[in-house]
Design a protein around this ligand. Structure first.
Ligand code: CA
Length: 460
């Protein structure tokens, strides 16, 4: 099952087709994604890999003996690829974490074998999250930020005139591709991990297991370089909508003009995986719980694949840390009440799922929806924001217009920051309630989202 950033591009039809296969029978978070998995091998042949071939994510029962673990590995003809115990897991007293197994069996068979063993809490595919990035435009046009305007936009313009544009004490974690933190419309808001920024090069100063994670971490490349060039356009576009620098006389303005942006890159040129998504979510959870960074939300403009207990557990850890998980509904014109859309459908209280609307207030033709599973609509069609571009053989700062629930999501992430900045003591639940309660009733979203409305940051 294909998972991709929810930006609608030339190849979007293929992505939509792939996502249409999304676990139709999946209704319970505690049951494994068997229907999805059963359908997956065929889909994988038709549409490219949807989970990493030869890999299974397993959680052993803590305390399982080494003999039992060895027996389990033999059952699946597997070896340990990577044992993942994030700082956020360790912080909650979990030293078992999850293990990526490499198996010579086909993945569905391996999972079936593993799940039969009493010392396996769960076994699931390492879903693949891919990008199909290409811009549809690279021309900056003034007066085109309809998503910030009143009318069918987010109402950010009105909030700005009410002096709510500054969100400088609030962090938003961008879980996506990398982002161009040197872009002139982003640089002032590019936050640094304080301890690493003040620390020594080549040393894991903050003890999170990652050396020199100053602007965040690249979990796709497993290095500290979160920006890797023009391929990080999607992440950069998302960043500009959350926190493009306002009133600097250039380019665009984000919902919050001075929010602190940090990045957990996990979507690389060949996509991302469940294993790396877990690390990315946990990265921010740990920064908040260990360093006290005021992280209000992560912005998640990606999705697909089937249910993952490992990712659900990571979202729960974020919830416990008071971090909202803002998630794109997806671009497949699917009813997520019928065909579960992940991560939008995860039922944790901290998830806010976002559909896309157009400048005339209609639901975007591509947008997924769900009367109880998708919370709110936000501007996602014809959204101008920051991107890296190639100019004379070098990477330069540019602007482009993209469509997608990928673009709607960061409007809501920016709204979270705005609310948190104005209400520093607000809990995640209170922030979510404020945003959903302020939604402007919108005909196109009636019966298609929980609120039946669109984002209105001027309303809270
Ligand atoms: Ca570190």
């Amino acid at each position: 099952m294909k998972v991709s950033p929810f930006v609608l591009r030339l190849s979007s039809l293929a992505a939509a087709t792939a996502l249409a296969a999304c676990s139709p029978e999946q209704t319970s978070l505690t049951s494994p994604a068997d229907p999805a998995l059963a359908a997956a091998p065929q889909a994988a042949v038709a549409r490219g890999p949807e989970f990493v071939p030869g890999e299974v994510i397993v959680r052993f029962r803590p305390g399982a003996s080494s003999a039992s673990r060895g027996e389990i590995m033999r059952l699946a003809n597997a070896q340990v690829g990577e044992k993942i115990v994030t700082a956020a897991m360790r912080g909650r007293g979990d030293s078992e974490g999850i293990t990526v197994l490499r198996t010579s069996m086909n993945v569905p068979d391996a999972i079936a074998s593993l799940k039969a063993h009493a010392d396996v809490e769960y076994a699931e595919p390492n879903w693949v999250y891919t990008t199909d990035a290409t811009s549809n435009d690279t021309y900056y046009t003034n007066n085109s930020l309809w998503g910030m305007a009143a009318g069918n936009g987010s109402g950010a313009v009105t909030a700005w005139t009410n002096n709510k544009q500054n969100c400088g004490a609030v962090y938003i974690g961008i879980i996506d591709e990398g982002y161009m933190y040197t872009h002139p419309d982003l640089a002032a808001n590019a936050a640094k991990n304080p301890i690493e920024a003040a620390g020594r090069a080549g040393v894991d100063d903050d003890g999170n297991g990652l050396v020199d994670d100053i602007y965040g971490w690249d979990f796709a490349g497993n290095n500290s370089t979160v920006f890797d060039g023009v391929g990080d356009d999607h992440g950069t576009h998302v960043a500009g909508t959350i926190g493009g620098v306002g009133a600097n006389g250039t380019g665009v303005a984000g919902v919050c003009w001075s929010v602190k942006l940090m990045n957990a890159k996990f979507l690389g040129s060949t996509g991302g995986t469940t294993a790396n998504a877990v690390k990315a979510v946990d990265y921010f959870t740990n920064l908040k719980t260990r360093q006290g960074l005021n992280i209000a939300a992560t912005s998640n403009s990606w999705g697909g694949g089937g249910f993952s207990q490992a990712l659900a557990d990571a979202i729960t850890r974020a919830n416990t840390a008071g971090i909202l998980f803002v998630a794109a509904a997806g671009n497949s014109t699917l009813d997520c009440n019928i065909s579960a859309c992940y991560p939008a459908n995860y039922p944790q209280d901290n998830v806010i799922s976002v559909a896309s609307i157009t400048s005339t207030g209609g639901i975007s033709s591509f947008s997924n929806f769900g009367a109880t599973t998708i919370d709110i609509g936000a501007p996602g069609s014809g959204i101008w924001s920051t991107v890296p571009v190639s100019s004379k053989g070098k990477v330069a700062a540019g602007y482009a217009s993209y469509n997608g629930t990928s673009m709607a999501t960061p409007h809501v992430s920016g709204a979270v920051a705005m609310y948190k900045a104005a209400n520093p003591l607000a809990t995640a639940a209170q922030i979510k309630a404020a945003i959903l309660n302020a939604a402007t009733p919108t005909a196109s979203l009636s019966g298609k989202t929980l609120t039946g409305g669109r984002l209105n940051v001027a309303g809270f």
